[in-house]
Design a protein around this ligand. Structure first.
Ligand code: GLA
Length: 389
């Protein structure tokens, strides 16, 4: 978001909440992509996300009361929130903020009243984690404003808990984590079991990553997400009954015959196949990025899409069409990213191929679904931070 928009938001903050001697502070959190490791971050898997330069920004100022006031620029709505906290079905956007305050208080922090204005340019429902960005920026802004000094890694966990316990989506830790610790030009490999992570820098030379937004968001998204998580948990329980050494579904290394002995339903078996095969593809991508073998990275991206579509069943007709058309047009690799059921496709391709792909994809998608496609080029950027204006 440009600084002009931030300045307008500051004026709007002071119009709504009044002008005082204490200046509101501005904080921003990015969106994220995930190169590989999809639907494994609640199963102890390795993920490879990076922060990108879309953002959610908040202005915040303590208000010396015991209540909280939030204003959304997107919804042009101001909401007052008091304890005890409840979900707000009329203004669901406030739940991401309230949930963070609640989780901070559960950790023993006492959070005094404040006024907050939020604005953002992360397309919602696009699989780029606008909700995690709102959680993380809220947690960081509160921590900095009241001098709580909470580590960014802990802010990420607070954000995830807000989403799990208050909003009700049983998401993993990937989105909040990368949005908290991201660094310009680097992705991280994050072990979601131990929360150990390493920064990776890679050169793409004549290749590039970019995003295509399918502009669809299917409404079974959240319920199906929670359902997939339950299926993975029940698969692990059945596997552990026969093979107790496996503590996480991601670590299961069993032959087809051995899996057969576990009495998995067809769904549980397919989910297990996706999760365990993603482990191999992730190794292939890390190696490929490190050794500059980008065709191999691209093949793994296509293979992950196939598995997310057929085994994990979180794709949809529109994103399947985008990926198969890209493949037919000779793109190096592509796959849906995030929770699924619409949203964005991540593409890896040669830079000089972009104009042709852009033109042909837009034409064929419009013909097939009567819908426009959006293409996003992005920069890998920093995680949550204070912004000076
Ligand atoms: C959503 C969730 C993440 C992760 C991805 C799928 O983005 O918020 O925790 O599970 O889906 O990899």
């Amino acid at each position: 978001m440009d600084s002009l928009r931030s300045k307008e938001n500051l004026n709007q903050f002071e119009r709504i909440f009044g002008k005082t001697n204490s200046h509101p502070r501005l904080f921003g959190a990015p969106a994220r992509i995930n190169i590989i490791g999809e639907h494994v971050d609640y199963l102890g898997g390795i993920v490879l996300p990076a922060a990108i330069d879309f953002s959610v920004q908040v202005f915040i100022r303590p208000n010396q009361t015991s209540y909280y006031q939030f204003h959304s620029v997107t919804y042009q709505e101001t909401v007052k929130v008091e304890k005890p906290f409840h979900q707000n079905s009329n203004s669901p956007w406030t739940d991401y903020i309230t949930g963070v305050i609640q989780e901070m208080e559960k950790l023993g922090f006492s959070i005094p009243g404040f006024d907050l204005l939020v604005d953002g340019d992360i397309p919602q429902g696009s699989g780029l984690s606008s909700s995690a960005a709102l959680e993380v920026v809220t947690g960081f802004a509160i921590s900095e404003s009241f001098g709580l000094g909470i580590k960014k890694e802990t802010i990420a966990v607070i954000g995830q808990k807000a989403e799990n316990n208050f909003v009700g989506t049983k998401c993993g830790i990937m989105d909040q984590f990368i949005i908290a610790v991201g660094k310009a030009n680097d992705c991280i490999s994050l072990n979601t079991d131990t929360l150990q992570y390493t920064y990776h820098h890679f050169d793409l030379n004549e290749y590039e990553f970019y995003l295509i937004n399918s502009n669809v968001k299917h409404n079974l998204k959240d319920s199906a997400y929670n359902q997939r998580r339950l299926e993975c948990e029940s698969a692990l329980k059945k596997i552990q009954a026969k093979f107790p050494k496996f503590l996480q579904l991601y670590d299961v290394t069993l032959s087809d015959e051995e899996l057969q002995l576990c009495g998995l339903s067809l769904e549980e078996k397919k989910r297990t196949i996706h999760v365990t095969s993603e482990r191999e593809r992730t190794k292939q991508v890390i190696q490929g990025l490190e050794s500059n073998q980008l065709e191999s990275v691209g093949n793994a991206l296509f293979a992950t899409h196939e598995s997310l579509s057929k085994n994990f069943e979180v794709s949809c007709e529109e994103t399947d069409f985008i990926v198969s058309t890209l493949k037919a047009l000779g793109a190096v690799g592509a796959r849906m990213i995030g929770g699924g059921f619409g949203g964005c496709v991540l593409v890896l391709d040669k830079k000089d191929h972009f104009a042709k792909i852009n033109e042909e994809m837009k034409k064929s998608y419009q013909q097939k679904f009567n819908l426009a496609l959006d293409f996003y080029k992005f920069q890998i950027s920093d995680g949550v931070k204070e912004i000076s204006i």
